[in-house]
Structures are given as structure tokens and as C-alpha cells.
Ligand binder design. Sequence first.
Ligand code: ADP
Length: 452
Amino acid sequence: MDDKLLQTALNGSAVTVFAEGKDPKRTIVYHRLPFFSPKTNLLLELKREVIETGKSVRREVEIIKYNKIYYVFLNLEPIKDETGQVVGVAGTAVDITRSKKYQGDLLKSEERSRRLIDSNIIGVVIADTVKIYEANEAFLKIIGYSKDDLKKNKIKWKKITPIEWQESDQKAMEELLKSGINTPIEKEFFRKDGSRVPVLVGAAMIEADPLRWVSFVLDIYDQKLMEKRKDDFVSMSSHELKTPVTILKAYSQILQKLSSPNRTETLGYLNKMNAQITRLTKIINDLLDISKIRVGKLVTVNERFSFDQFAEEIVNNFRLTVNTHTIKIIGKTGKEICADRDRIGQVINNLISNAVKYSPGKEKIQIILESETDNVILKVKDFGLGISKANQEKIFQSFYRVFDEKGASFPGLGIGLFIASEIVRLHHGTLLVDSKKGKGSVFTLTLPINRQ
Ligand code: ADP
């Protein structure tokens, strides 16, 4: 009860906290306590409060000890006699400095994350498959919803994802579960007004079960518009080029017919001109195909034909024009297949002309025919430059070309294999490469006999 003396039964920890480790000899004076300035003796005030009110006081206080700030959780309880009169105060003090510091760090890091979210540079959203828990202004702006819609739980990930993007969403979630993050994917969201917005979305997992994640969403409407303009340009210019080239080809053929057979020099030039026009036509057709693939309009038709005979026809055509290489067919499939004859011809032609192009000085090229119960297999094997492991995946991407270390490059646009793999995909087949740099390459085309 004394305001000057603190009657104590200090235990070991209390000695450390209150008396700087010095033996308090059971009694210490308030003003000697290390953690309250003499003017505002908080402990004294709190003790008085307990005595006056008869109620306990719990408080977090800051103390300075050894010139450092510590945090203590004080709990002061009244000690009452049998009449209910307060006769003393018993207290405990818990050193909470460490947890306080941890809390502070946590707050700081939370503050940093919050700043990132509130910066609205990028859409940030915390969601699971059923609910969107949190979203910043940037995300709401992208999808045209308000904070109020969010509060009223009107935005659901599934609902704002168009059906054709749900499969890629599913894949992204599987990747998320497996590795904790998912590589950003391009997809679309429905805006509130029903229109669509193209976005790039990457995510990191917050919880595995049930799956909850934080997504970073970038509006790519402008980029997509630019891309579309470029695609339209390629499509339009190849259409524009097609007509004059077709007319040019017709005239050159007429000229060939009109020339007298003994004018060999003229005929020779006309042949060369024709070959160049054919090359030009192929480039234009490839560019048109790229445009069609971009908008998902590359269509194929089905026809039944003997695969071996077909392969032989293609190889024979090559033999007429290629005199640097010998092309040999090994084996047969003995099968008829149901596929788009012209488009599959385009794939095989591309593989063989690549084999010729990329094996200068190595004259052997093999076409190996095999079959499985449901598939035909055609391999094109050359003994030329080969492709490094790192490049083997990339050569099927559009516009990807491998440049030789010496800087030498072969003519081409890097789109043949991209178109080929798209055609094969439409046939539910596969196109794979096995190659060793400097030793040669094998491209394996597998096609189902009966295409669904
Ligand atoms: P292009 O031949 O017009 O460049 P492709 O799409 O047909 O385009 O091929 C892409 C790239 O793959 C080529 O630039 C070449 O580097 C590599 N490539 C394709 N086939 C072969 C091959 N048989 N041997 C070595 N490299 C090849």
C-alpha cells in the first residue's frame, strides 16, 4: 500500500526485469525502478488505480533498461481481505520484447506488400475457386466492377472466366499446387458489362487446402490490339501479294509454251523464273497460313489415301528438282490413312526441304516408313548440321530460327515447322525431333490412321 516502497516477493525473472539484476533485498523503491521516469511513474499510477477501483489492470508498457527499449506486459491484481477491502496489489510482468519486435517486422512487411497492392500498378487479387477475398482498384478497374460488388461477393473467379479459358485456368491451378507458383498465362476475363478483356495472369499459392492464391493481373488490351493490327497487316499484304504472283506465274507459263523449243537459253531463264515464282508463292502461302493459325481459322479436310504411295509421290517430286542429295525411302507402312492430303503433304515437304537445306555437303537423306496398330510413322533423317538440345524445343515456335555460330544463315522465315506442328496438332498426331549437333537430325511424324 505504501507509495514509496514496493513490498515484493520478486522471483528470479522479476529481478532481471525490475532491478537490473541487482539483488533487490526483497524491497525496492519505486523511483529506483529502471523503467519509469520519476515524473510519470506509471507503475505507481496503475497500482493506485487498482487500489481505488478494486479491479485488475492489464497493460502493455515500454521500459528502458540498459539504454534499450523493452516491452513488458503488466498484470496487476488487487489483493482483498475477507471483507472485500483491497489490502495490496500483486503483479506479474512478462517480457514481450521479442514477440513485439516480430509483430513490428510483420507489420512493416505487411505495410510494404500493402503499398505494392495499393500502388495499383498491377491488378492484385486474393481468391479461391469460390470467392474473391480481396482485390485492389487496378484489378477492379480491369474487370469493371466496384468495391461494393466485391464486398457483396458478386465477383467470382469462375464466373468472370469465359468457358474456353477454364481449361488453361485448371492447368495453371495444377501448376500452382505443384510448385507454388504458376507461369503467367494469357487469358480473358468477362467485364461487368459482358465485354471481354485480355489479361496476363500469374499467381502464387497462399494456401494449398483449400487452394487459395494471390494473382497478379496485367491488362494487355493495347498490346493485343497492336498484335492484331500486325496480324491483319501480314494477312492483308499476303493476300495483296498473292494475286499479282499468280498472274505472273500464269504469264511465265504462257511464255514457256510460246517459246520455240530450240531457244534453250530463253527456256532456261523462263524455268529459273518459274522456280522463283514457285518459291515466292510458297512464302506467301506460309504467311497466309500463319495468319489463319493466329485466328484459329486453319481448317483441314479429310480424305482417305495410301500413305506409302503418297510419300513416294512427294519424294519423286523432290528427286526432280533436288540434285544435291539422294533421297531414299526405307520400309513401308502398308496403311491407308484418313487425313488432309494437301496439308500433310505440306508437312512432309517442309521436313524434306529442311533436311536438304540444313545438310549441305551430306548427300544422304532417308525417309523411314513404319506403322503401329493405330498410327503411321514417317521419319526424315539427315546427316547434316543437327540442332542443339536447347534449340530443339524452340524450332517449333513461330519465327524461331537457329543462327550458326559463324554467323552464316540459311534462307527462310522460321515458320515452316510452326505451321507443320499446327497441322499435325489438328490431326491429333505428333511431330518430334531427335538430333545431335554436327551429326544430323531425325524428324518423326506420327499420324493416327483414323482421324476423328
Ligand atoms: P526455316 O527453315 O524457314 O528457317 P523452319 O520453321 O522450317 O523455318 O525451321 C526452323 C529452324 O529449325 C530453322 O531455321 C533451322 O535452324 C532449324 N531446322 C529445321 N530443320 C532442320 C534440320 N533438318 N537440320 C538442322 N536444323 C533444322
